[in-house]
Design a protein. Structure first.
Lengths: 847, 515
């Protein structure tokens, strides 16, 4: 990972398939030319010795041969080469070559050539030592403080240090506790040998100590002797590193600070010469070799370090100063001076790449390989894109991450109401007011397209209507198209007052199993059916006059009412169909009169609420009739005003009954308290050991009991009345809603709002009644969308506890106001409320 | 031109050049010629040396620096009884990261990991682990880690990143640990350390290693700091943190070493004492001024404690010591990115690229930086390269997720939709993608889909506040105040300072008060 790469100045590859290691590179003025220029000496494990004098290659020169001064095959593997003053009575540098079993010292000399091919170099053997043990590495130096000479110390594979004082063998010593050899280095300053032993510690041995220790030829012998003679070889100092070491270098350039540099497997240590750590650096890579090469400033040392990531790093103590990319992993690194250039880095890799390079700001720009570049043909790309988009669109329709809810229900329910009334009525009440109560059969078909488990059907109609059976447990339906279940029941009137609604609901709950969920997902399907008008009323003779009248206008010529109501057509003399009457089973009757000249129809009846069913039926049938005739722009309308006073009578009645109910409730609780009090008194009397007279408490109890029962009866009756009143209130409200929507021509959505406002409840309870909820809804509408100006619009709801009002005046006022505002063109909508969109968050993440 | 050489020397040379397989092969041959009997008393030196060398080679093949290994096993996490304070004071614990005490970016800008720490710019072991509160959360995969399940620390060998360490020996294990006379080897200082490394790193048999180290340190008369460090390592692996601390402390008394400081700091981090660890690092820096690993340790702790400013300072110090430090560059880069300085972040990432870091994540980051620095032309090509370089599905899904972000940024919602879908196709645990897909679905008006996605995202990543908040918003709009409130509470939990969440909660509380 570096920004720059080492610039090659000169490079070559040595041999083929040859191996090199740490000791195989040596740099110096090997031929003693005196020019101060360095030559490179390289020996290989295959026994080749080469000497180079690199110079920058000129472009014209192809051959690198003239950089190579010498190449000799020495027959034995070369483990290490060193340059030093190894020959006695000579100050010149000689080349020591270490073979596994031999140490040879050569003199290299060059003579000027006669021809232009250049100088001629020769290698001359000065002396050689045959070794008893396999050598591992060597170090040299002025042992014992001799001047002008270098002695050689060879470490053998089995841990013997062999000392050669130039041409003569001096002595050999076994290192104590030896197992595997480590790097060896001689420190001239303290005259000691530094090594890292297998016990993973730096050990320092004085030359004197080594010299005076008992001589030994074999390891065992040495150990025994040293034990007996008491001259056991002891290290001067040790320092535990806890790791093996690759190399030890003691730089000679800074005499002031004597440092020992140890390159461990994971750390770089700089030790003082007494074995204390001067500094250390944890290396976050595997280093291959290192070289302290110069001192910059006081007390700091520059270190060249190479690692297995092909990097050459320059540290100043522990600070990284430079990092450069190399082309291979070096096993040895040296610094050399050449003709024009000083301080070149010479590196040798294990495979024989010899390089002389220097640092430069040559960027090692890593060029990322190109991503599969394809010639862009826009037309082709466009068509490909289109086809892909098409595939994507189609797949998104059919499959997604989430299972899509089926648009079609798995279960189809169809309800068919038979056109004729039942021949034999199923009704529970045989007759009301002398009229027989009819019933009608409803048939429900349940069809399923897939497997459906445990379907259960519930039928619900509004009281006072009732059905012969309202719950059905069906058998599970198998898959396939044909599976279906059929259920029939009868609907009839089961009360003494007309219903507010003739529709009924069917709901089927079932579970549809999936692959992963055999128990099935619970689902519900619903269906509506509407019962015929004939169920609650029968044809009768029309009345001329009635208390309540409603006139519905149309924009088409009048039609024969008998055509519109064929099921109520009485065989009578009235051929024009100008009048028709409906008589409810419950007693009241409603007449519909068609005007002969104008396009108006009048509905009249003795009771206001009863007109609702008829009016609704009329409007519906007109719509159906004209639609059948192909008239499209048929419209019903109502001229107004809305018969609010009649409506309010019903509201009043309902309210009165609610007030009564409350009254009864209070009375009942009062009496109950009284009853319990008397009971308590009686009980104490009876428990008393000395019987006392009852003092008519029993009579009082009896009387209170009767009162309670009577009150409960009355409350019960009131409750039935309240139900009836609520039904009629609902009828009347429906009527009012219809009239308002006819009057103002409200659309479906506005009618729905109105309906939700005026009919919020299906049933009213003592806790929450119709009046207060309608009042709240109406006043909300008045305050928001029907307010006089937009400024008055309340932005938020003011909610308070809904409770039963004291009277209906406020409600009436509000409803009147609502009709007023609607009459003045107010629009019902819910969108005026402040719906401020809230922002949605998207997080940002990265790999 | 074959020249015969002493096989042991050759093996030794190969070992030095890190050609461990060759070294091991030669040693095997040497041992075959003169077998080394583990039981006998007077072995030949050569076979003993070969045996030792092979042990070293085998160890070195699987060696990973123990300092960097920090997989907290699921058992340690859940069965940890050495908890000190349930409610630590802010800024003294890693478990309850004090939010932005150092003025770091809020989670609105910089996403959090599962444990509630800001996402760092450099994936390293232990940054992802965190301490889960429940077993369920522990089993759940942290998204950025690569293994499907949290590791159990005692199972298996630690796999060295990037190398397959499947060393199969045809004739059984090289050293039969059960037959090893530990006492005998503990008395041989030249072999004991090698053998210990083998037991610890290669066999991963911590209990035997501990026994061996105890014997060896006794033999060394408790004067060898290295054995104390090894004892500490074993104790640490076994979860005996206080004993480990004692050993490391004792080792430091003998000899100051960088590694010992790092190990001890690791113990303190595991003990949830970041302040002590910081002090220790600083103490270490007094002895080893400018040591990059110590500085990095300080920076990491600051980063984990959400003190981004200090962390960046220390990362800069690291760079002063070693300007090729990839982790420091990446962390500073990501910090710049999350503080809205994408141009500067771009320079850091470009530097990494020039240094030869060439992987999917880098291009991913480059792409995002280019996008936010408005260099749109480079954005797509960066992502293209990232896609070309993906090595697993998680990376692929991250790239697609970021592409989706870019698409949202340029308003191409169809592309964004498809990108998020692709992200999910490659990694169906990608909670962020679920969340963003939900937002897109909501824009399309498909409320139910959106809700389902948000719920998925919230259950996958309960530490992210966005899905909770979005769910709260959605539910509030739909009138489901109760769910909205529950979700908003979760969002507040994940990110207490989030203003929009506060507002939603305020509105909801007002609603509830009125009822």
């Amino acid at each position: 990972m570096s920004l720059f790469k080492a610039r090659d100045w000169w490079a070559t590859v040595l041999g083929e398939g040859e191996e090199f290691d740490q000791g195989c590179l040596c740099v110096g003025d090997v031929d003693n030319s005196g020019t101060g220029l360095d030559k490179i000496v390289v020996g290989s494990y295959m026994g080749m010795l080469r000497i180079f004098l690199p110079h920058p290659s000129k472009p014209s020169e192809v051959s690198e041969a003239d950089a190579q001064l010498l190449e000799v095959h020495l027959r034995d593997p070369i483990i290490q080469v060193e340059l030093g003053k190894f020959v006695s009575c000579s100050e010149l540098l000689h080349l020591a070559v270490l073979h596994p079993r031999k140490l040879s010292v050569y003199a290299v000399s060059g003579m000027a050539g006669n021809v232009e091919h250049g100088d001629q170099y020769q290698l001359r053997l000065v002396y050689e030592h045959n070794l008893q043990r396999t050598a591992c590495n060597m170090t040299y130096g002025p042992f014992g403080g001799v001047t002008g000479h270098h002695f050689i110390c060879i470490q053998s594979m089995d841990g013997m240090l062999m000392f050669f004082e130039q041409e003569s063998y001096a002595f050999g010593r076994f290192l104590p506790g030896f197992l595997l050899p480590g790097p060896l280095c001689y420190c001239a300053h303290t005259d000691t040998f530094i090594t890292v032993s297998s016990a993973r510690q730096v050990e320092s041995y004085r030359y004197e100590t080594l010299a005076v220790a008992t001589d030994a030829d074999t390891r065992q012998e040495g150990e025994q002797q040293s034990k007996s003679a008491g001259k056991r070889l002891q290290a001067d100092w040790t320092l535990i590193l806890g790791e093996g070491a690759l190399d030890i270098v003691i730089p000679s350039f800074s005499p002031s600070a004597h440092s020992i540099f140890v390159l461990g497997e994971r750390n770089l240590y700089c030790l003082k010469d007494n074995g204390q750590i001067r500094f250390m650096k944890k290396l976050e890579y595997n280093s291959s070799c290192f070289l302290p090469y110069a001192a910059v400033g006081e007390g700091t040392t520059n270190v060249l370090m190479a690692n297995y990531n092909n990097m050459l790093l320059v540290y100043q103590d522990v600070t990284l100063k430079w990092a450069a990319q190399l082309s291979c992993v070096p096993v040895a690194v040296r610094v050399a001076n050449f003709q024009e250039l000083k301080g070149l880095v010479v590196t040798l890799s294990s495979e024989g790449h010899l390089q002389c390079s220097y640092m430069g700001t040559d960027p090692s720009f890593f060029t990322a390989p190109k991503v599969e570049a394809r010639e862009v043909n826009y037309e082709e790309v466009d068509t490909e894109m289109r086809t892909l988009q098409k595939i994507i669109r189609e797949t998104t329709k059919t499959q997604d991450i989430l299972p899509r809810a089926d648009m079609e229900d798995e279960l189809i329910i169809t309800a068919s109401v038979s056109t004729d009334l039942d021949a034999v009525s199923q009704a529970l009440l045989p007759e009301i007011n002398g009229a027989t109560v009819p019933s009608v059969t409803v048939q429900i078909k349940v069809k399923s397209r897939s497997v459906v488990q445990n379907p259960k059907m519930t039928v619900c109609v509004q009281p006072p209507l009732a059905v012969s059976q309202d719950q059905f447990g069906l058998d599970s339906l198998g898959g396939g198209g044909g599976s279906q279940a059929v259920v029939t029941f009868s609907a009839y009137l089961n009360g003494l007052y007309p219903p507010a609604d003739l529709t009924g609901d069917v709901a089927v709950s079932y579970s549809s199993p999936t692959e992963l969920n055999p128990a099935g997902v619970p689902r519900v399907t619903q269906c509506k059916f509407s019962l015929p008008l004939r169920l609650v009323c029968s044809p009768a003779a029309p009345l001329k006059n009635a208390k309540y009248k409603i006139t519905v206008d149309t924009n088409k010529p009048p039609v024969n009412l008998h055509q519109v109501f064929p099921d109520f057509a009485v065989k009578s003399d009235d051929k024009e169909g100008g009048a028709l009457a409906f008589r409810f089973i419950t007693g009241s009757s409603v007449s519909v009169l068609a005007s002969k000249s104008s396009q108006r129809y009048r509905i009249q009846s003795e009771s206001f609420e009863d007109m609702w069913l008829i009016a609704k039926e009329l409007v519906q049938r007109f719509d159906g009739h004209f639609a059948k005739q192909g008239v499209k722009d048929f419209r019903n309308s109502f001229a107004g005003p809305i018969p609010l006073s009649e409506y309010f009578e019903i509201v009043e009645l309902h309210f009165e009954l609610r007030v009564n109910a409350e009254k009864y409730q209070d009375l009942l609780s009062e009496r109950a308290v009284q009853f319990r009090a008397i009971q308590r008194r009686l009980l104490t009397r009876f428990k008393d050991k000395t019987p006392a007279p009852l003092q008519n408490l029993d009579t009082l109890l009896e009387g209170t009991y009767r009162q309670v029962i009577a009150l409960a009866d009355a409350a019960e009756e009131n409750r039935a009345n309240l139900h009836q009143a609520f039904a009629s209130l609902r009828s009347a409200t429906h009527l009012v809603i219809m009239l308002v929507s006819l009057w103002q021509g409200l659309g479906i959505d506005q009618t729905a709002i109105l309906e939700a406002t005026l009919l919020p409840l299906l049933q009213d309870t003592p806790q929450l009644g119709w009046e207060e909820s309608v009042d709240a809804a109406v006043s909300h509408l008045l305050r928001t969308c029907l307010s006089r100006s937009s400024k008055d619009q309340a932005t938020s709801l003011t909610t308070e506890q809904l409770s039963m009002p004291k009277d209906t005046a406020r409600l009436k006022k509000h409803i009147t106001l609502l009709c007023d505002r609607l009459g003045k063109g107010g629009r019902l909508s819910l969108t005026s409320e402040a719906n401020v969109p809230t922002p949605v968050m998207m997080p940002a993440v990265r790999a | 031109m074959e020249v015969t050489m002493d096989p042991l020397f050759l093996a030794w040379s190969y070992f030095r050049r890190r050609k461990f397989q060759k070294c091991s092969d030669i040693c095997t041959k040497v041992l075959g010629d003169s077998p080394y009997d583990q039981e006998s008393d007077s072995p030949l030196l050569i076979s003993e040396a070969a045996w030792s060398l092979k042990t070293r080679a085998l160890t070195e093949m699987v060696y990973i620096d123990e300092v960097e290994v920090d997989h907290e096993g699921i058992a340690e996490m859940m069965l940890d009884e050495s908890s000190i304070a349930q409610v630590a004071r802010p800024g003294t614990s890693l478990r309850l990261p004090g939010t932005s005490q150092g003025g770091g970016p809020s989670p609105a800008v910089r996403p959090m990991t599962q444990s509630g720490r800001p996402i760092t710019g450099f994936v390293r072991p232990s940054t992802q682990s965190g301490r889960p509160g429940t077993m369920e959360q522990a089993i759940k995969t942290p998204r950025t880690a690569h293994t499907a399940r949290p590791v159990t620390s005692s199972s298996g060998r630690f796999v060295r990143l990037g190398t397959a360490s499947m060393l199969t020996n045809l004739d059984g294990p090289f050293i039969n640990l059960s037959r090893l006379n530990l006492t005998k080897y503990a008395q041989k200082p030249s072999m004991s350390k090698t053998l210990f490394d083998y037991i610890f790193h290669h066999e991963n048999d911590v209990k035997n290693a501990l026994d061996f180290a105890a014997l060896a340190t006794e033999h060394a008369q408790f004067k060898d700091w290295w054995w104390k460090v090894q004892l500490g390592k074993c104790y640490y692996r076994l979860g005996l943190h206080r004993e480990a601390e004692k050993q490391f402390r004792s080792a430091l008394n003998h000899q100051e070493m960088v590694d010992t400081y790092l190990y001890l700091a690791k113990v303190y981090q595991r003990l949830d004492q970041p302040i002590t660890a910081l002090n220790l690092f600083k103490q270490g820096l007094d002895h080893f001024p400018g040591e990059a690993t110590l500085l990095t340790g300080i920076a990491r702790i600051h980063e984990e404690m959400n003190n981004i400013v200090s962390a960046t300072e220390y990362y800069k110090d690291v760079l002063k010591q070693d300007n090729t430090h990839v982790e420091a560059i990446a962390c500073i880069g990501s910090n710049h990115f999350y503080t809205d300085q994408s141009e500067i972040a771009l320079r850091f990432y470009r530097r990494l690229l020039q240094m030869g870091v060439y992987n999917c994540q880098l291009y991913n980051n480059l792409g995002l930086c280019c996008f936010y620095a408005q260099q749109y032309d480079m954005t797509l090509s960066s992502f293209e390269r990232a896609l070309a370089l993906v090595s697993n599905d998680e990376e692929q899904s991250d790239v697609w997720y970021n592409l989706g972000h870019v698409a949202v940024g340029i308003g191409d919602l169809t592309l964004a939709y498809q990108c998020f879908k692709l992200a999910l196709a490659f990694n169906n645990d990608h909670a962020e993608a679920y969340n963003n897909l939900a937002v897109l679905e909501l824009r399309k008006g498909r409320v139910e889909q959106s809700k389902a996605f948000l719920q998925t995202a919230a259950s996958l990543a309960p530490h992210m506040y966005e899905p909770h908040f979005n769910l709260a918003t959605l539910a509030e709009k739909m009138g489901d105040l109760q769910s909205s409130y529950a979700a908003a509470l979760k969002a507040e939990d994940a990110f207490p300072e989030h203003v929009d969440t506060q507002q939603i909660l305020k509105i909801l509380r007002q609603h509830f008060a009125e009822l």
